[in-house]
Design a protein around this ligand. Sequence first.
Ligand code: 4AD
Ligand code: MG
Length: 461
Amino acid sequence: MSVKMRVLEALQSEDPVSGALVRGWVRTRRDAKGFFFLELNDGSCLGSLQVIVDDGAAPEAELALAQNGAAVEVEGNLTASPGQGQKWELKASRLKLFGGADQEAYPLQKKRHSDEFLRGIAHLRARTNKYGAAFRIRSEVAFAIHTFFKTFGFHYVHTPIITGSDAEGAGEMFRVTTLPLGHTVKDKALPYDEDFFGRESNLTVSGQLEAECLALALGRVYTFGPTFRAENSNTARHAAEFWMIEPEAAFFDLNDNMELAENLTRAVAWHVLENCMEDLELFNRFVDTELLERVKHLAQGEYYRVSYREAIEILAKSGRKFEYAPSFGLDLQTEHERFLAEEHFKGPVTVYNYPKAIKSFYMRANDDGETVAAMDLLVPRIGELVGGSQREERLDVLQARMAELNLKQEDYWWFMDLRRFGSAPHSGFGLGFERLLMLVTGLANIRDVIPFPRTPRSLEF
Ligand code: 4AD
Ligand code: MG
């Protein structure tokens, strides 16, 4: 009887196991006389299992193909390893080759490859320690987020990916159409008459507006899905396709909202410290030696809050030469955000009450007539992690603001209806999932925390 095990279970075994059967991919192979060593990894954890394969474990031709990158099954006894560096090893008396890998052609060699090179082989890079760890952490963080919201009574809702509305009004949307390239509009026809939906449609930039509908029925909701932005900013923190977590809660004011964003960030930091230590240590060793300290600080340390007005004063008095001089009414640039989080507060800081002119139409007007109840949570190394606000729930105030901005109310008729029927104070925010992952892995480029990144002029397959 064979005992099927994943590498993780084999490595964590309490006792020797006879007839252990493990499947995975060969990471390295070392030949000796009459046997050879394999390091076998199956993605269940960072570690690989040392396997000692007898020369009689399979026909010679098959054994010859069990090289770096090959997929194999091995069976034998899991025994205490006399060697250094591992508790257990598998003495394989049987090997089955699923698929070999031509050593001349296989791009992943033993040497350390550059991130750049590995981005070019996104279909294979998850087989390296670094990307395997990044994508395992990605999975764990998603799980932590769902757990957090469940604990606090938030319902998980799904908002559309194809949408007829523009949530952010920034016009950076990808069009969805079935019309052929070069399609010309018939005389007197409307541009989208012949298109699939009979109207303009795009990929969503945010599920917020739809989440508001659901929050005003289900109370506390959140979305967690892909969002798309056609902004042509080729930075290390922007992707054209990224995932966003958007909670929206009825009867939450700006303070409740800030607290929710802080608690969510804290909970994720705790979760990875408790569940991903092996992978985190890899990043702490090879990517960012201050990572563990920073994640611990996120879990236990202080979170600060400062109004936009105070933030501008801090920046102006800092004596620092910024590329863009800070001044009331201008949006904070990444250099400002990072200065606040990294150097001034030395920790996460929420900036709130921004000037209305630089924020979206749906944010709640403050009594000062100048600012809105907006909030951005800024963190070291990244800058903006979260953007959100209390929403304008007063129909007349919203209508006046939309008129000022030349937004057509009929395009948002359903959004206005929410303010007509049972309107209530409510708040929400969007947290960029990849930016959160950059924060807890130390990886400095967004392209390295999403398996198949999409950025301007870059879409491999
Ligand atoms: O600040 P943003 O644009 O806010 C909204 O879209 C609101 N409708 C959210 C809401 O209130 N429900 O985006 C929210 C977050 C940012 O703070 C950032 O972390 C992330 O989404 N983000 C991006 N992440 C990666 N690539 C991009 N191009 C991003 N744009 C925004
Ligand atoms: Mg924002």
